[in-house]
Write a protein that binds this ligand. Sequence first.
Ligand SMILES: Cc1ncc(COP(=O)(O)O)c(C=O)c1O
Length: 410
Amino acid sequence: MKLPAQGRAPEELFAEMHRRKEEDADWRAGRTFSLVYPAGDEVDEVLRQANELYMFENALNPLRFPSLKSMERDVVEMTGAMLHAPEAAGGCLTSGGTESILLAVKTARERARLDRGVTDPVMLAPVTAHPAFAKAAHYFGLEHVQIPIGADLRADVAAAEALIGERTAFMMGSAPNYPHGMIDPIPELAALASERGIHFHVDSCLGGFQLPFWERLGEPIPPFDFRVPGISTLSADVHKYGYCTKGASVLLHANKDVMQLRQAFIYHEWPGGIYGSLAMAGARPAAPIAAAWAVMNYLGEEGYLRLAQAVRDTTRALQKGIEAIEPLQVVGEPAMGVFAFRSTSDAVDVMAVGDGMDDRGWCLDRQHGPDALHLMISPEHAKVVETFLADLHTCVSDAGKARGVEARYS
Ligand SMILES: Cc1ncc(COP(=O)(O)O)c(C=O)c1O
């Protein structure tokens, strides 16, 4: 497409955009299981107004927009308090989980280089860690070494210990990880790292706004937040289970000084004046800061607890229904509403089941090791439990028939 010679009428543009959008995933109908985390019309309206109020501002210079500075500080403080950050903690808002992770790895590399003289740093991360860690190692020149997982699908602590060396600059664990929703042994990994002066990060991009409320609902959540000694940084995404529109994650530091000295970038060797920034971006959209502040204050503890209960109940109903369809099985023992399911029989290919579900308008991510279909539950999925399970049953029967086997409810 070339820039049109003459501008086009807004009605024509919006008609075309609506037409193009018809091809997109129908997440409002509850048929998409990642990427968008809908929490209902009232939350949508708050987000819409907050985004509109701050559509044009720029969060690069907090001196020009003090309202953005104060809202960012509030979001960081509220998230820190929820995750038991210590008195000396600090943090910042980033554009998403990936940017929080990039900044944590960059901080660790600087700490290892400046504090320990490590010039060829290594990053240790479980095989189940999100690809953002591999991306960070790639961008910032760390060697990426994978920690194997045990039979329980969590990082193998003994294997991690054996991999630690003089060059280890960064270690991490997920709370929980994306593929199986499992929480790594955070206290054990954090102890291994901190005893050796190694930066330890908890990736709670998925869990940061969900696990504290599952814990309050009485679910057995293993230790994962700053109550565990030895955690250097933790990422928690407001644009996932914080229910914010895209562009908002919180990176928390146990020690604010580390953030100022090892994360921040300050430059004045040019005629344009002093330039300082904590984030990767220069100009930063203001709307995600406003939307994060608005949705957190709108929902409050009561709202997040109510939504967590809806996610927990929907997750349990789906897991029970899935396991009642032979030969499907939930993978591992997921900690919250993020999980995968597999087929325990060669007679039913779970990927063929996924194709059948695609044909019925569901969007399930595929994964391997083991082959499985992936679900991430939002409050809005409560309304699709029965249709989902009925379609799944049909697709399992069809996949079985294709191989000459009749699948059935157990
Ligand atoms: C566990 C985990 N960490 C990090 C990320 C990266 O987050 P983002 O997509 O916001 O960059 C994700 C994304 O799904 C994730 O599941």
